[in-house]
Design a protein around this ligand. Sequence first.
Ligand code: GAF
Length: 382
Amino acid sequence: MTSADADAVTQDFADRHGRPPAGVWVAPGRVNLIGEHTDYNDGFVMPFALAQAVTVAAAPRDDDRWSVTSLSTGETREFGRADLVPGMSGWQAYVAGVVWALAEAGHAVGGADLVLTSDVPIGAGLSSSAALECAVLAAFADLDGLAVEPLERAVLARRCENAFVGAPTGLMDQAASTLCTADHALFFDCRTLEAVQVALDLGDAGLELLVLDTNTPHTHVDGEYADRRATCEEAAALLGVPALRDVTDLDAALAALPDPVMQRRVRHVVTENARVRAAAEVLRTGRVAELAPLLDASHTSMRDDFEITVPTVDLAVETARAAGATGARMTGGGFGGCIIALVPTGRADAVAAAVAEAFATAGHAAPEHFVGVPSQGAHRAV
Ligand code: GAF
């Protein structure tokens, strides 16, 4: 989010609705530093919020309707209370679902006009939808004076995603967008919901985090994601534990499972949880450079055991490493999207250029890239 985004939504709101907005709210996208597909297994994750965010201007209206304009797409969508039915299609479902989830939890949300814009790349695994949910939830909470604590906001935004939009995701993205703080990663326990802010001072270690979008379309993402989740739940049931988080003896668990695919899925989740805890310890004790091998091991595990990477993502990771990244991995749900690479300060453009060259040779379009800056979670900007 830039101050230009806040100005743009404020100006458009005033022009469009003939009155100023009551405020402007912002909620960021995220990168996940480490801990992939562990959230819905009651495990650990460690994302940080990006500077890229959804920015929304809003004001109440005096009927039970909502209008939402996206400056990013130029579209306006409207819905009323009677339209708040799970399964709604279109991007406005992420707004309607938040009204629905708040109402289900007993919070009275009044009609409102909203104008929003976003600089979170869409469909790139950087949580553009969670940012949208958390931004409008922050707006509704303030407009209607709702007493909803940050953690409950994350839980309600996830409920919107799961029960209204219909995506069977975990809590990581909404927790990151809501709970993260500037200069920190969030070590989040998805069972106890304990959130620990861990200082993330890459610059002190002479490093920065390159975020590179492979532009790979997410075909069949939803089906693949749901499939991975179902296999994990089936494995937990076979092992007689509430969730894969509870597997304490990996070798015994693998020996008890009949199916090699299921064994690989379980190995990913159990070892990834251990890597998240190790990464939190590495940061807590100021050994930032030691993040790199954990990122590499996470990627290998996602590629070989959870099987959620794709050739462009693997090419980007391998090329980044060969060009000087000390560690690299895919970030997010998988099957495309972004990679993150830990690079020496000032080397992000050079590493990205090497990946662009490898992509050109392989016949792929040049990826976009930026340096990820650990930023503030959802808040009121104006
Ligand atoms: C997506 C989901 F939304 C998250 O809940 C998480 O499972 C992630 O994929 C994989 O770690 O972003």
